[in-house]
Design a protein around this ligand. Structure first.
Ligand code: MN
Ligand code: MN
Length: 300
């Protein structure tokens, strides 16, 4: 147990350093591909592994966009960019996010989101109900006249499992659980404007994937492809970029084999999540280890 906690602390420290580096950059004019690759290589240089592809979600995209292998999307003046970073050390995952804002009209959105996270962290300890954390987030966001995204939530984390089954809501909800000693949780408010829908929907792009099952399809090439994915990523999410760059598959070939595996439900695709009224969304996130006296914020 002691060893595992040390790995969480190490993963958290790396994630926090990379997030703070990203927060200070002026990314206007840079491509999402460039930013993803630089942050992921920084994670590796510090002795961690990315726990999932760096998520770079612009404006009304709340989450789950990562750069394609040939992505030419650039950050523009007027954008707001959610940078969501996952680091693992021996499968112990730290999950953290920041919103960088190149549009003065949305600085309050970012401020409200960070404030909601700070208030949530103050109450997040053993024995507290997840719904009460949701209430704190909701009330803080609403005090700014803004809206929390109600169908996005924080989550419990287990070794090699980023979403381990329990949700920490961003609004007050009926039915809940209490935080358990030494359990790891990510808390992540998402905030949109007063005229936003407050709900996200699946967009028509998916560029993050994970293996659901190692069932063989009976095609040698595809089965070997799945085996290569399993050996490298196990249950953790991955991007086409990584298959091309780290596993040396040709892009179109990899894409078509992925499609076969998705169709057979052997691999799942995570669609991008888009604000219902196409309004801008901010996000902030920390990972904690729950303790009774006050939790350890590993990504502080
Ligand atoms: Mn995250
Ligand atoms: Mn998360």
């Amino acid at each position: 147990m002691l060893l595992t906690i040390e790995d969480y602390i190490k993963a958290g420290k790396i994630a926090a350093e990379v997030r703070e580096y990203a927060r200070k950059q002026y990314y206007v004019g840079h491509t999402l591909l460039e930013i993803c690759e630089s942050l992921e290589s920084m994670i590796r240089a510090k002795g961690g592994e990315p726990a999932f592809p760096c998520n770079l979600s612009l404006n009304e995209i709340a989450a789950h966009y990562t750069a394609e292998p040939d992505d030419i999307t650039e950050v523009k003046d007027g954008d707001i960019l959610k940078i969501d970073i996952g680091v693992h050390v021996n499968g112990c995952i730290a999950d953290t996010a920041v919103t960088v804002c190149y549009n003065a009209d949305y600085s309050l959105l970012v401020e409200a989101c960070e404030h909601a996270l700070r208030e949530a962290l103050k109450v997040a300890k053993v024995g507290v109900r997840a719904s009460d954390i949701g209430r704190v987030i909701e009330n803080t966001v609403k005090s700014y006249g803004l809206k929390p995204i109600q169908n996005l939530s924080g989550h419990s984390i287990q070794q090699y499992t980023i979403h381990a089954g329990k949700s920490i809501p961003n609004i007050w909800t009926i039915g809940s659980f209490t935080l358990q000693e030494n359990e790891v949780y990510a808390i992540e408010p998402f905030v949109t404007t007063a005229d936003g829908d407050g709900i996200v929907y699946n967009g028509d792009i998916s560029n993050i994937f994970s293996i659901v099952t190692r069932k063989r399809v009976g095609n040698k090439e595809v089965d070997e492809f799945l085996e290569a994915l399993w050996n490298r990523f196990k249950t953790l999410p991955f991007a086409l970029r990584w298959i091309v760059k780290d596993l040396n598959f040709e892009i179109n070939h990899a894409r078509s084999m992925l499609e076969v595996l998705i169709k057979k439900k052997i691999v799942r695709a995570y669609p991008i999540l888009v604000e219902g009224n196409n309004k801008f969304v901010a996000q902030a996130e920390h990972t904690i280890i729950a303790k009774s006296g006050g939790s350890i914020i590993i990504t502080q």
